[in-house]
Design a protein around this ligand. Structure first.
Ligand code: 9MG
Length: 275
């Protein structure tokens, strides 16, 4: 799979929003309860998501749910590499969801086409790990760490601060040698944000999209959908699909979701009816 094709596609003005399918190779994911923790299940799930219409699947081995504890690099590599290698062999476009430069490097060597970092490449060595490789990158905003982020998050102006942070990280990536056309940005719904913060950012998606970088939005089955619908994670499907369509309508180029088939259908329907 050629590197660097995806974000360039997102930059094309007439491209329709695309779907990134989620493969959590973790025992403690809040949204799928660790159902794909063993490699064969995770691989089969990744292939199924691709067949269901995902443009890319995002493979992660470290939970980023609020309060989740970090895992050691060897543990994370042991979880993601067999899955990633098998998906690449199967011709599935793969993104690696990691904050660790060593995992980024190994995943890139194995043929992943995108690196999705919820820490926006702030770890020492992360910028260098992606700079020379030619892969696409997603830089996401997070206030604090997964361990601390939901402890009373506070902003003066959440939209202005998130936007400034994302533009600074894009500049750091470009300064390190990542081509502008390879960079996508993500406001990080639920990562150090209250429901009010999430709502303000959602309404500001057109302003964030106006930065010119493709926008990635991930709200699938998250707490904010639970807050809005009163549903448990396994029952947040309708709210998640509605939010994905609204995100696309507000300027998101890519939505990161669990329910790929349904989201692809909803996006197609919206696109056709709104033309
Ligand atoms: C890994 N991960 C969990 N939630 C996410 C989100 O909203 N965006 C991105 N880019 N990655 C996420």
């Amino acid at each position: 799979m050629e590197k660097g094709w995806l974000t360039a596609t997102l930059f094309a003005l007439d491209s329709r929003p695309i779907v990134m399918g989620i493969v959590n190779v973790t025992p403690n994911s809040f949204s799928d309860g660790g159902r794909f923790f063993d490699a064969p299940s995770a691989i089969a799930h990744g292939i199924a998501l691709r067949e269901a219409g995902a443009a890319i699947v995002d493979v992660g081995g470290e939970s980023t749910r609020p309060g989740a504890q970090p895992v050691a690099v060897e543990e994370e590599l042991g979880r993601v590499m067999p899955v990633l290698e098998a998906l690449v062999r199967e011709g599935v476009p793969v993104s690696v969801d990691t904050m660790k430069p060593e995992v980024m490097r190994r995943a890139i060597d194995a043929g992943c086409t995108m690196v999705n970092d919820v820490n926006a490449f702030r770890a020492p060595g992360a910028l260098e790990a992606v700079a020379a490789s030619g892969v696409d990158v997603v830089a996401m905003h997070m206030l604090g760490t997964p361990q601390t982020m939901q402890r009373d998050p506070a902003y003066g102006d959440v939209v202005a601060e998130v936007k400034q942070f994302l533009l600074e990280r894009a500049a750091a990536l470009e300064h390190a040698g990542v081509a502008r056309k390879r960079i996508a940005l993500d406001p990080g719904f639920g990562f150090g944000k209250t429901l009010a913060h999430n709502k303000a950012l959602f309404r500001a998606l057109p302003e964030l999209a106006a930065t010119g970088y493709p926008l990635v939005v991930g709200v699938s089955r998250k707490r904010m959908i639970g807050d809005l619908t009163g549903r448990e994670p396994e029952d947040r499907f309708a709210g998640s699909v509605a939010a994905a369509v609204l995100a696309a309508q507000n300027g998101a180029s890519m939505v990161r979701v669990h329910d790929v088939k349904e989201t692809v259908d909803a996006l197609k329907t919206w696109m056709e009816l709104s033309r």
